[in-house]
Design a protein around this ligand. Structure first.
Ligand code: PLP
Length: 461
């Protein structure tokens, strides 16, 4: 069921919208050289339309890995409308709560692995990561180890844009010229098997466990609160760790009393075919941060899930949890989340994510031997196609050339993807069908066939 099949009547023309945008709206990750605008005004399933009425296939989930159940779902719109009419907002501070936030917490506790039964609601991923960092530090503080405040994060990791989550992010642009950033954050390398040069010929997991052991020794286990990591790197290029990586990291952290925070903002709620990807990778996380797919982007909501013991120590007994946001547990967002989880469940979209992975693997196979393709990584309904200037040396392609590939897909094929540095990323709604998967992959193969890395351009058709 979809909301509407007719083009919305815009009160302002497409050209005027673009002009107003340039004058007033600052975009995240704005690049001033790119003065054109892409104004998206409607969506249905995996299709979106821009202000001029042009149709696109959304292969990146609302542009930013969110739209799990697809665009234009009447169930979610109606849940939001009903809740807005019933109770648009009342705070969750102090003893107050609203029914939908309680039901979301219950639902997440039932889905989460092990003894993860306590939930703190946020408005998104960055807030969730900041919350998780505070909770980890508080946990140790209340247990009598106030010096445990270091956070270990990883290069290439993306955790958000607030000061806490932004400092934990392993992409230097996030910290450039806005410092001082959060103190007591240390970065280690992530597993990135394609980039064997990172590990000096050693097995990546052996190298990384050795590095982590030395980092813990240097900082002192008694000074470290937690390590944070995405189960698979998302914005870092859809990089999947070797099977033994997370179990061995978990074991090492446990031996030193260090908590493990799984940042599942991208991976939770079906993206890789599971409710929680960390679970299937053996992370046995103490805290799980989620957002995006929780509402499929229909309303801003995130959830920080934690083990019973952690919840009890930071929020029960003598403790008082002095943290929260006006919109923590927003009833409309929570009503949307409940409807969204129903759709994911009732329509078997976790399994569909695995089928999408199979379609992507088959459809992208013809690109594997192209000169500019370094590695194709598919994990459920997300994929990273890492582009290189030289297959032998694995020298990365210039990011602007990877951006040119995404632009060509948009302009020539009407397929929306996104490049993260040298890697072209897919993360479509989980309602993508096999025809749409083929449309996406054949467009990519076609454009990559014309990509001439030596000339630094895409040849005309
Ligand atoms: N963590 C991960 C893994 C993410 O990919 C993102 C956003 O893309 C965030 C955290 C930050 O979430 P938000 O943009 O909702 O603040």
């Amino acid at each position: 069921m979809t909301i509407s099949t007719i083009k919305p009547a815009l009160s302002v023309s497409a050209a005027e919208l673009e002009d107003l945008d340039r004058r007033h709206l600052i975009h995240p990750h704005q690049r001033s050289q790119r003065t054109f605008r892409r104004v998206i005004v409607r969506g249905e399933g995996c299709t979106v339309w821009d202000a001029q009425g042009r149709e696109f296939l959304d292969a990146i989930g609302g542009g930013i890995w969110v739209t799990q159940v697809g665009h234009g779902r009447r169930e979610l719109a109606e849940a939001a409308a009903r809740q807005t009419a019933e109770l648009a907002h009342f705070t969750g501070f102090f003893e107050y709560a609203n029914d939908k936030s309680i039901l979301v917490a219950q639902r997440l506790a039932a889905l989460a692995p092990g003894d993860i039964n306590r939930v703190f609601l946020t408005c998104g991923g960055s807030e969730g990561v900041d919350t998780a960092i505070k909770i980890a530090r508080l946990f140790h503080h209340h247990r009598g180890e106030p010096d445990r405040n270091w956070i270990i994060a990883r290069h290439y990791g993306y955790h958000g844009a607030t000061y806490g989550s932004g400092t934990a992010t392993g992409i230097p642009d996030m910290q450039h010229a806005v410092g001082p950033n959060l103190p007591h954050v240390e970065k280690v390398m992530p597993p990135y098997p394609y980039r064997a040069e990172f590990y000096g010929g050693q097995d990546p997991t052996d190298f990384l466990i050795d590095e982590l052991t030395r980092t813990i020794e240097r900082i002192g286990a008694g000074n470290i609160a937690a390590m944070i990591g995405e189960p698979i790197l998302g914005g870092g290029g859809v990089v999947v760790p070797p099977e033994d990586y997370w179990p061995r990291v978990r074991e090492l952290l446990s031996a030193h009393g260090i908590l493990l925070i799984a940042d599942e903002v991208i991976t939770a709620f079906g993206r890789t075919g599971a409710w929680f990807d960390s679970d299937k990778r053996g992370m046995a996380a103490d805290i799980i941060v989620t957002a995006k797919g929780l509402t499929s982007g229909y309303a801003p909501l995130g959830a920080v899930l934690m083990r019973d013991e952690i919840g009890a120590i930071v929020a029960d007994g003598e403790a008082s949890f002095f943290h929260g946001h006006t919109y923590s547990g927003h009833p409309v967002a929570c009503a949307v989340a409940l409807a969204n989880l129903d759709v994911l469940d009732n329509e078997g979209l976790l399994n569909r994510a695995l089928a999408i992975g199979d379609w992507f693997r088959a459809g992208l196979a013809p690109a594997a031997d192209l000169p500019a393709v370094g590695e194709i990584r598919v994990e459920g309904a997300t994929a990273g196609i890492e582009l290189v200037a030289n297959r032998q040396t694995r020298e990365p392609i210039a990011p602007d050339l990877a951006l040119a590939v995404a632009d060509e897909l948009y302009e020539t094929h009407g397929v929306i993807t996104r490049n993260y540095g040298p890697t072209l990323v897919l993360s479509p709604p989980l309602v993508l069908d096999d025809r749409q998967a083929r449309q996406t992959t054949s467009a990519i193969v076609e454009v990559l066939t014309r990509l001439d890395v030596e000339a630094g351009r895409i040849a005309p058709r």
